[in-house]
Design a protein around this ligand. Structure first.
Ligand SMILES: Nc1ncnc2c1ncn2[C@@H]1O[C@H](COP(=O)(O)OP(=O)(O)OP(=O)(O)O)[C@@H](O)[C@H]1O
Length: 586
C-alpha cells in the first residue's frame, strides 16, 4: 500500500502536511470544548459567579467549534484535491504502462482485469486517500490526546471506558477475521463481472444469432450473484456493526453517569461540584475516545480493500515490458525494406511446443513474399515477429541488416505498414482512421488520405457516404462492411508510406476482383515497397516473388508459384483444392 504513494508529487506531500497541521488544530479545538464545558458547569453551580464569565467561556466554546469546522472544511478540501489529482496520475500511468505492454503482458493480466485495475481499483485508492487523510491521521491523534486528558480523572470511569474500548477491539477483530477476506475477493469478482459483460457486448451479434441470450444471462447472473452475495455479506456485517458501535457509545455514557451518580452520592458536599464537572468532562472525552476508535474501525474496513487495489495497480506499474526498446533508428546503408529471418524459432510464453521452427528467408526491397499453409500452421505468428508483437525465442529477425530488437520501437514501427487479420477501426471519421497515428513525418494531408483510399480501392464507397471522407465511423467500424473495413485498414497502412507492408490475411473479405485490382494498383503505386502477405487464397499470392509454405510451423516449401506446384506436395494440394486445371497450367 505504502509503495503506491511514491507516485505522489512533492506538491501533494506539501498539501498533505498542511492538512496534517489543520487536523492537529481541529483535534486540539475539539478537545478544548469539554474544558470550557466544565468551566461553565462550575460557573453555573457557583453562587457568586458573573453572567459575563459564562458568556466569555461560552464565546470561547463557540470559537473553538467554528475553528474546528473551518479546519475540517480545509482538510476536506485538501484531501479531495490530493486524492483526485493522485488518481488522475495513477490512471495516466496505468494507461501509458499498458500501452507499452507486449501481447504477452496483456494476455497475462487479461484485458478485463486491466480495465478494472484502471477504474475500480483506482477509485478504491482515491476513496482511501480522501477519507484516509481525514480519518487515518485524525483517529490516532484524537485517541491518544483524549486518553491523556482523561487519565487520572477517576479510576471507575477509566475502567468503564477501557471495557468499552475492549468490546470495540473485539469487534475490529471480528471484522478482520470474517469480513476482510471478502473485501479482497470483491476485486477479483469485479474483474470477472467486467470480463463477462465485455465478452457479451463484443460478441452480441453471435449471441443473438445463436439464441444464446439465456446462456449469456446465466453466465452474467452467476458472476453478478457472486459479487452481490459478497457485497451483501460485507454490508450486512457492517450494518450490524454500526448500531452496535452506537450502543457502545450510549452504554458508556450511561455507565459514566451511573458511576458518577454513585460517586457524587457518596462524596462530601464540598467535593460534589468538582465530581459533577469531572463527570461531564470525562463523558465528553470518553466520547472522543470512542469516536477515535470508531474511525479506526472505518480504517480497518477501507484499508484492506484499498491495499488489495494498490497491490493490483502496483503489479501493473512494476511490470517491465518484455519487449525492450532499442536505440537504432536506421538500418544499414544502402538497404531499405529488406527483411531476413535467420533460423527463427518461436514458442508462445508458457507454451511447451514451438509454433515456428527454424525458419529462414530473405526478402529484398520491392519484392513480395507470401506465406501460405493450413490454419494454425503459424503464418500470423511468423509475421507478428517482424513488428515485435512477440520476440523470437531463437534466431533473429533483421530489417535492413539490423536486428529488430536493436531498433527503437518508434523507428521500427515507422518502417512498417501493418494490416491485421481483423481490421480495427476507431471512433472518428474516415479521414481520422486513414490518417491514423504518426510515421515520423509532418502528418498527413487531405490528398495523401485520398490517394491512400484510392489505392486501397475504397474511393468508390467512401465518396458515396454522406460527408465522404468526413463520414463518421463508429467504434469498431460497426457502420461499415467487413470488406470496407479491410480497405480502410489497408488505406491506413498505405498512408504511412512504409518500407514494408505486412498484410495478415488482409484481403480475405474482398471479392476476387477487388483483391486482384487492389494488389496490382498497390504494386504499381508503391513500387519499391516490400510486401509480406499471409493469405489463404492461392489467387492472392500466386504472383508473389517468393512463397513460403508452412506446415506445423516448419517451412515445407519455398519458391515461386510454378516452382512450388512442381516441387511441393503441400502447396500443390492447396492449389488443386482452389484452382481449376486451366488456372493451374497457365
Ligand atoms: N496468443 C497465443 N498463445 C498461445 N498460442 C497461440 C497464440 N496465438 C496462436 N497460438 C497458437 O499458435 C499456432 C499458430 O497460430 P497462428 O495464428 O500463427 O496460425 P495461422 O497459420 O495464422 O492460422 P490462421 O490461418 O487460421 O490464421 C496455433 O496452434 C495457435 O493455437
Amino acid at each position: 500500500m505504502i509503495r503506491i504513494f511514491k507516485y505522489l508529487k512533492p506538491k501533494e506531500w506539501i498539501q498533505a502536511v498542511i492538512s496534517l497541521v489543520f487536523i492537529v488544530v481541529q483535534v486540539w479545538l475539539d478537545l478544548k470544548l469539554p474544558d470550557y464545558m466544565a468551566e461553565i458547569t462550575q460557573l453555573v453551580q457557583t453562587s457568586d459567579s458573573e453572567m459575563s464569565e459564562i458568556w466569555k467561556a461560552g464565546g470561547y466554546m463557540l470559537l473553538c467549534a467554528l475553528g474546528s469546522l473551518v479546519s475540517a472544511i480545509l482538510v476536506g478540501f485538501f484531501a479531495a484535491r490530493i486524492a483526485s489529482s493522485f488518481s488522475q496520475r495513477l490512471r495516466s500511468l496505468l494507461f501509458n504502462k499498458v500501452e507499452s505492454f507486449s501481447m504477452e503482458e496483456i494476455n497475462r493480466f487479461s484485458t478485463s482485469s486491466l480495465i478494472t485495475r484502471s477504474t475500480n481499483d483506482i477509485t478504491q485508492i482515491q476513496m482511501l486517500v480522501t477519507m484516509g487523510l481525514q480519518i487515518i491521521i485524525k483517529a490516532p491523534i484524537m485517541a491518544v490526546w483524549a486518553v491523556t486528558k482523561i487519565a487520572g480523572k477517576g479510576f471507575e470511569w477509566t475502567l468503564a471506558t477501557g471495557v468499552a474500548v475492549l468490546i470495540l477491539l473485539v469487534l475490529v477483530a471480528f471484522i478482520m477475521v470474517f469480513v476482510l477476506p471478502k473485501f479482497r475477493k470483491m476485486q477479483t469478482l469485479t474483474d470477472n463481472l467486467t470480463r463477462v459483460a465485455r465478452e457479451n457486448l463484443t460478441g452480441l451479434r453471435v449471441v443473438r444469432a445463436y439464441n444464446a441470450e439465456d446462456y449469456q444471462e446465466q453466465k452474467f447472473e452467476k458472476a453478478n450473484e457472486e459479487l452481490t452475495y459478497t457485497n451483501l455479506f460485507t454490508n450486512r456485517a457492517m450494518s450490524v456493526m454500526m448500531p452496535v458501535m452506537s450502543m457502545i457509545m450510549s452504554g458508556l455514557s450511561l455507565a459514566i453517569y451511573w458511576i458518577g451518580a454513585y460517586l457524587i452520592n457518596a462524596a462530601e458536599a464540598t467535593d460534589r461540584l468538582t465530581l459533577f464537572s469531572n463527570m461531564v468532562v470525562f463523558s465528553s472525552y470518553a466520547m472522543q475516545v470512542i469516536m477515535a476508535f470508531l474511525m479506526l474501525v472505518m480504517i480497518f474496513i477501507m484499508l484492506p480493500r484499498a491495499s488489495v487495489s494498490a497491490k493490483r495497480v502496483n503489479e501493473v506499474l512494476d511490470t517491465q515490458p518484455t519487449i525492450k526498446d532499442g536505440h537504432v533508428t536506421e538500418g544499414l546503408q544502402g538497404l531499405k525494406g529488406e527483411v531476413t529471418f535467420n533460423h527463427v524459432s518461436f514458442k508462445y510464453p508458457d507454451a511447451a511446443d514451438y509454433v515456428i521452427e527454424d525458419v529462414s528467408f530473405t526478402v529484398k526491397q520491392g519484392e513480395t513474399i507470401a506465406f501460405i499453409g493450413s490454419t494454425g500452421s503459424g503464418k500470423s505468428t511468423l509475421i507478428n515477429l517482424v513488428p515485435r508483437f512477440f520476440d523470437v525465442t531463437e534466431g533473429e529477425v533483421l530489417i535492413d541488416g539490423v536486428n529488430v530488437k536493436e531498433y527503437s520501437i518508434e523507428s521500427l514501427n515507422n518502417k512498417i505498414g501493418y494490416v491485421p487479420q481483423k481490421a480495427v477501426m476507431f471512433k472518428g471519421t474516415v479521414s481520422s482512421n486513414v490518417a491514423y497515428g504518426d510515421n515520423g513525418s509532418a502528418g498527413y494531408n487531405e490528398d495523401e488520405v485520398k490517394r491512400a483510399v484510392q489505392i486501397a480501392q475504397g474511393a468508390d464507397f467512401v465518396e458515396k457516404m454522406d460527408d465522404g471522407y468526413n463520414a463518421l465511423i463508429s467504434q469498431g467500424g460497426t457502420n461499415v462492411s467487413g470488406g470496407q473495413k479491410q480497405r480502410l485498414a489497408i488505406a491506413r497502412a498505405v498512408c504511412r508510406k512504409p518500407e514494408i507492408y505486412i498484410f495478415d490475411d488482409s484481403f480475405s473479405a474482398l471479392d476476387y476482383k477487388t483483391d486482384r485490382v487492389l494488389r496490382s494498383v498497390l504494386k504499381k503505386e508503391t513500387a519499391g515497397v516490400t510486401s509480406m502477405i499471409v493469405a489463404q487464397r492461392i489467387g492472392t499470392i500466386m504472383d508473389a516473388d517468393q512463397i513460403i509454405v508452412l506446415d506445423e510451423g516448419k517451412v515445407v516449401g519455398n519458391g515461386t508459384h510454378k516452382e512450388l506446384l512442381r516441387d511441393c506436395d503441400v502447396y500443390r494440394e492447396i492449389a488443386m483444392s482452389q484452382l481449376s486445371e486451366e488456372e493451374l497450367i497457365s
